[in-house]
Design a protein around this ligand. Structure first.
Ligand SMILES: *[C@@H]1O[C@H](CO)[C@@H](O)[C@H](O)[C@H]1NC(C)=O
Ligand SMILES: *[C@@H]1O[C@H](CO)[C@@H](O)[C@H](O)[C@H]1NC(C)=O
Length: 386
């Protein structure tokens, strides 16, 4: 009985884990063309436990490049709210060619179940003619999520065809105006964030488009006047385009290639016979090091010896000095010396009476002395006789 009781939750756990096992989808984005992948209840059919989830269930998604925390640079993710679908969109550049695996985790916000999906993106070059004529429009009447689904995007292209020379139009890039420095609009009915849509074609621009993007038109915009829109705005009722922000790129004229660096100072002439050394010969730095260290050391030692010789061996000495001094000077010196000695000797033994002249105060005539307790400093040196 006991093993069965243990088995039931274990089986439940295993089937639960099984639902996390990733589904895999392969997609083929094209370099330079907009790529949109919708994440919704249909693309995550078995969320979470092999039962289709009703579309009212809120779901959020998290997408990242396999083995990395975030998406590749060219790919963006957006979702308005858990009740709306999520979108992975962007335009791959030539560097993004190849295989990229995006892992998407969907969270059921009601049951807190999760499921994972793996998107294998095989990015390749687009076929067909080049699209040298490219134009970018700022559509003010839409948020980015509203033009990412294929229906509004193709409606935009169809409407735009009326402003272009006949030919196929392709969506090249879609960016939210918020990602280009736009502001979140006030929560007023009808205000949208705006979205930049870039379109390319093999056929040239119409004169109408050229006029709208002309410098004259921009000058009028700068003064707050409407731009020069000479044709009928076929986008008008559905898409409100900011005609002041149309930019045209004509890549049919090849851009001048970057100039090669001209050889000047510091650039060697090209020499076909020059063969650069492949290996540098080993160099011995021992002698250099020894010379650098020993020469100053020896010099310092020499100077020290010279100084020692001058200080110790070149001393005059007392005898030599006495011999060089005249006798009279010597006698004079000896007398002073002797007297000093004597005075010092006398000062050491105070038994002898002090000479009168050294006493603090005495009367010149009577020899009378002041009582010794008087402080000499406050008594006048010579007493008045009266
Ligand atoms: C698409 O537009 C965004 C925003 O302007 C830009 O950063 C990105 O480089 C564009 N992609 C391509 C392939 O031009
Ligand atoms: C439109 O373009 C001009 C420059 O051409 C820029 O100054 C202005 O901010 C743009 N408007 C919007 C809403 O992006």
């Amino acid at each position: 009985m006991a093993p069965v009781l243990i088995w039931i939750p274990l089986v439940g756990l295993l089937t639960g884990l099984g639902s996390i096992e990733a589904q895999q989808t392969t997609l083929h984005p094209l370099v330079g063309r907009v790529f949109v992948h919708t994440l919704n209840h249909e693309t995550f059919q078995h969320l979470p436990e092999h039962v289709a989830v009703p579309p009212t269930v809120p779901i959020t998604y998290h997408a990242h490049l396999q083995g990395h925390p975030d998406l590749p640079r060219w790919l963006r993710y957006t979702q308005r709210s858990p009740h709306h679908p999520g979108f992975l969109y962007g335009t791959p550049t030539p560097e993004d060619r190849g295989r990229q695996v995006i892992e998407v985790i969907a969270y059921n916000r009601d049951s807190f179940n999760i499921t994972q999906q793996r998107l294998v993106l095989l990015t390749g070059n687009p076929e067909g003619p080049l699209l040298p004529y490219q134009a970018e429009f700022l559509v003010c009447s839409h948020d980015v999520e509203e033009v990412l689904p294929s229906a509004p995007a193709s409606r935009f292209l169809t409407a735009l065809r009326g402003l272009w020379e006949p030919g196929e139009l392709q969506l090249l890039n879609i960016t939210s105006a918020l990602d280009r420095g736009g502001r979140v609009p006030l929560p007023i009915e009808g205000r949208k964030e705006g979205v930049y849509i870039k379109v390319g074609s093999a056929s040239p621009f119409s004169t109408c488009l050229k006029m709208v993007a002309s410098p004259d038109s921009h000058a009028r915009c700068a003064q707050g006047q409407p731009p020069l829109l000479s044709c009928y705005d076929t986008l008008a009722p559905h898409f409100r385009v900011d005609w002041c922000n149309v930019s045209l790129v004509d890549k049919s004229v090849p851009e001048p290639a970057d100039e090669l660096p001209t050889p000047g100072d510091g650039i060697l002439e090209h020499d076909p016979f020059f063969c650069p050394p492949t290996e540098a010969a080993a160099r011995d730095f021992l002698t250099d090091a020894l010379v650098t260290l020993l020469v100053p050391l020896l010099l310092a030692l020499l100077l020290a010896l010279l100084l020692a010789y001058i200080m110790c061996c070149r001393r005059e000495g007392r005898l030599k000095r006495d011999l060089a001094t005249s006798d009279i000077q010597m006698v004079h010196h000896c007398t002073i010396h002797g007297n000093t000695q004597e005075l010092r000797h006398m000062a050491a033994s105070r038994q002898v009476p002090r000479p009168l002249s050294t006493l603090p105060m005495f009367n010149v005539r009577t020899g009378e002395r002041l009582p010794p307790q008087v402080d000499g400093a406050q008594v006048p040196l010579i007493l008045d006789q009266h």
